[in-house]
Design a protein around this ligand. Structure first.
Ligand SMILES: Cc1cc2nc3c(=O)[nH]c(=O)nc-3n(C[C@H](O)[C@H](O)[C@H](O)COP(=O)(O)OP(=O)(O)OC[C@H]3O[C@@H](n4cnc5c(N)ncnc54)[C@H](O)[C@@H]3O)c2cc1C
Length: 450
């Protein structure tokens, strides 16, 4: 590691750490699941015999599956409160978890209900399946919804995701809305918990209509409003390092967006071949009232095409999202640890975080350092330190361990640490920081994998 500039810290400013909403939101979600099971409990006088037990378990699984569907769609509604106070990456992980629960509950619901009905009717499982699908109200639509949900589940399995493009996965994923819509009718038509029960029915409608309203507002109407109001266009494109380009986007009254350093937007460039994809990129400089900047590393088709953008190209943005912001800090000393293009949000924070700030920037070689000149200028201006962790002359990687971090950053445990970089790097650094005694609540991380 090389110290570029060491000096005096910027004067301390009052900070109030903003608490994550993860705990309270999780509590509400689990309370909702308990309320759903209570619907079944309130409607069931007694469970009699094997058929009764199978059907009862199938009904509970079905109710929970219906609830999980609403939750997983709601989590992806991009509600700013969740995106900013919990973090987009964490919300995406919860969504993926809810998706796994949904598929398991769906399988359990189908198997248990059909087995219970077959035992009740003393019919074969096959005969019961055909009867339920063809003769019961709303069941053809529900069957179509089930097939779609399974297809979405299959394309989301890690091995399948690796083999398909992000766009394919994304557009198949959008079919979840159709699946949930198709399955909704059979829940009310066949669910005994709703039959002649206005309160339970109103609860179910409120759940689904509430989620639909969130999706409509935050995924459709709010972005339309943002883009009509701010009229974004590419102003210029600059090369920063091999395969790394900055794009300056011009717009009107951008201060009204409330974007903060460390946050990101989803960007859709309305240029040939690019308008189908909306891609998350962090602000690589604090936003100004008339311009924002992103810095992009070419990793695939979309990110490589960014270098070819022409000034004047229209831009469609959604955001701001992300919780890697100054208000997460709990004290006056911050350490920013970036690897590769993970420097982008940390570059914006480096300029603006109050208190004493140090930046550790990991890259393969000096030629791979993006935004290096700016970082040094900021360091000089605010009296902060930048350190680089580069490979050795024969490609040896610098070891970032608890001991090396403690030796380089005296008083490490008293710092808030912001990490941004590839998943493996972030995990290693997190482990080293914890081993060095940095409290979990002081480590702030955003993943570039949603
Ligand atoms: C919150 C966040 C902030 C990011 N900020 C930056 C940044 O400032 N600079 C930068 O260079 N990169 C950033 N990234 C990563 C960047 O979004 C991907 O590198 C980019 O999407 C690659 O797209 P591609 O089509 O060129 O590559 P592909 O070859 O299609 O994909 C490469 C990788 O990116 C993932 N990816 C592709 N499209 C998306 C998408 N729309 N949403 C989520 N993941 C996607 C793929 O699953 C794959 O893992 C950020 C990612 C996230 C989640």
């Amino acid at each position: 590691m090389t110290t570029v500039d060491a000096g005096r810290a910027a004067p301390p400013l009052p900070l109030t750490a903003r608490r994550s909403l993860a705990g309270p939101v999780l509590a509400v979600l689990w309370a909702g699941a308990a309320a759903v099971v209570a619907l079944w409990w309130a409607d069931t006088d007694a469970v009699v015999g094997a058929a009764g037990r199978l059907t009862g378990a199938g009904r509970i699984a079905g109710l929970l599956c219906g609830y999980a569907c609403a939750v997983l769609v709601g989590l992806m509604a991009r509600v700013p409160l969740l995106e900013v106070r919990i973090g987009s990456d964490r919300v995406a992980r919860w969504h993926a978890m809810a998706g796994r629960y949904t598929v398991c509950l769906l399988v359990a619901h189908i198997v248990l209900i059909l087995a219970g009905y077959a035992a009740q009717d003393r019919a074969s499982l096959w005969h019961e399946t055909v009867t339920v699908v063809l003769d019961y109200p709303e069941m053809l639509k529900a069957t179509a919804g089930t097939v779609i949900l399974f297809a979405v589940g299959v394309t989301s399995v890690r091995a399948a995701r690796r083999r398909t493009s992000h766009e394919f996965w994304y557009y198949v994923h959008l079919l979840t809305y159709a699946a949930v819509f198709l399955a909704f009718g059979h829940q009310l038509a066949l669910g005994e918990e709703f039959n002649g029960k206005p309160v339970a029915t109103a609860f179910w409608y409120a759940l689904y209509l509430g989620v639909a309203a969130l999706v409509l507002w935050f995924r459709v109407l709010a972005p339309v409003r943002l883009n009509r109001r701010h009229r974004l266009r590419v102003e210029s494109v600059h090369r920063e390092a091999p395969g790394v380009y900055s794009v300056v986007v011009h717009g009107r009254r951008l201060d009204e967006l409330g974007a903060r350093p460390g946050q990101f937007f989803r960007w859709r460039f309305l240029a040939e071949g690019m308008s189908w994809t909306s891609t998350p990129y962090s602000l690589s400089a604090p936003p100004r009232p008339d311009r924002m900047r992103i810095t992009v590393k070419a990793l695939g088709d979309h990110s490589a095409a960014v270098a070819l953008l022409r000034p004047g190209t229209r831009v469609w943005a959604e955001g701001p999202y992300g919780s890697l912001t100054a208000d997460r800090a709990t004290g006056q000393r911050s350490l920013l640890i970036a690897a590769g293009v993970g420097i982008t949000p940390l570059r914006a924070l480096f300029e603006t975080l109050p208190g004493e700030v140090t930046l550790l920037y990991r890259a393969r070689g000096a030629e791979d350092l993006a935004l290096g000149g700016e970082l040094e200028a900021i360091a000089r201006r605010r009296g902060a330190r930048v350190l680089y962790a580069l490979n050795g002359p024969h490609g040896e990687r610098p070891s970032i361990t608890a001991q090396s971090l403690q030796a380089t950053f005296p008083g490490l445990a008293g710092h808030d640490v912001y990490i941004c970089g590839p998943h493996g790097f972030a995990q290693d650094v997190y482990g080293a920081l914890r081993a060095a005694g940095v409290a979990d609540r002081r480590i702030h991380h955003e993943s570039f994998e949603l």
